[in-house]
Design a protein around this ligand. Structure first.
Ligand code: F6R
Length: 243
């Protein structure tokens, strides 16, 4: 794993956006795996700026998102589809038929997992997968558990994740309790993985991911086995180096 330390959140966002921009320039028809959450918002706004400056073209890009809450429609302003439309898709020239997320409205979880797995497969593999990191070490919504789950699956969100995500909802009760997510195997198939991490509250998780034993109790720790992972972390998140 290569660690790039950024000064602060803005610097992390610029560095991450530069890496994604390089991927798009070098392979204009790249398949990008995307993440939601607070961490990549600055990265997306940097990409939008580069597009507006005429430096990036998304017309041949395809995107597949990591996850989506089960039960939320794309119009729901808490859905990940809405988030992606708001922060990126509506602001760049990415064709609407080129972006994919799990369908949170499909209550037949088996069918939805199979459908989304085939969607990802039919794109021919992810070139660059952007990831954020949960406080409990989760990637996508692969929560700490006794095993690594390989494929797209439905997960029960942990109390810690519901607690962390309630800031976007009226109350913790409104946070959906389940989500569809790419599995660890799905994430692992990406040629390049770009993990963005910001803030002191993520330091312990990042330390375990990069330096701890590889364990499904810290799902992100499996990234130690991938041959091409770039971690862009701000100084606060990477402060374990100074302990
Ligand atoms: C989002 C996702 C999650 C987040 C993680 C960190 O698509 O899959 O794993 O990346 O929960 O979220 P933030 O960035 O809000 O701290």
């Amino acid at each position: 794993m290569r660690l790039v330390v950024a000064k602060d959140y803005d610097d992390m966002s610029r560095k991450a956006a530069n890496i994604i921009a390089a991927q798009i320039l070098l392979k204009p028809n790249s398949v990008l795996g995307l993440a939601t959450g607070s961490t990549p918002i600055g990265t997306y706004s940097q990409l939008v700026e580069k597009y507006q400056a005429g430096d990036l073209d998304f017309s041949q890009i395809t995107t597949v998102n990591l996850d989506e809450y089960r039960g939320l429609s794309p119009e729901d302003d808490q859905s990940y589809q809405y988030f992606m439309n708001y922060h990126l898709f509506s602001k760049v020239n990415l064709p609407s038929e080129n972006h994919f997320l799990p369908d949170g409205t499909n209550t037949n979880s088996e069918a939805e997992c199979e459908r989304y797995k085939n969607v990802i497969h039919s794109q021919g593999g992810v070139d660059l997968q952007l990831l954020g990191l949960g406080h409990n070490g989760h990637i996508g919504f692969n929560e700490p558990s006794d095993t690594f789950v390989k494929d797209v699956h439905l997960v029960d969100l942990t109390e810690r994740t519901i607690e962390a995500n309630k800031r976007f909802f009226a109350s913790a009760d409104d946070v959906p309790k389940q989500a569809y997510t790419m599995g660890i195997g799905t994430i692992f198939q990406a040629k390049t993985i770009l993990l963005v991490v910001s803030g002191a509250e993520k330091m312990e998780a990042l330390d375990k991911v990069m330096n701890g034993p590889i364990s499904p109790q810290v799902p992100g720790s499996i990234l130690q086995l991938h041959s091409n992972v770039i971690v862009v972390a701000d100084e606060a998140a990477a402060a374990w180096r100074l302990k």
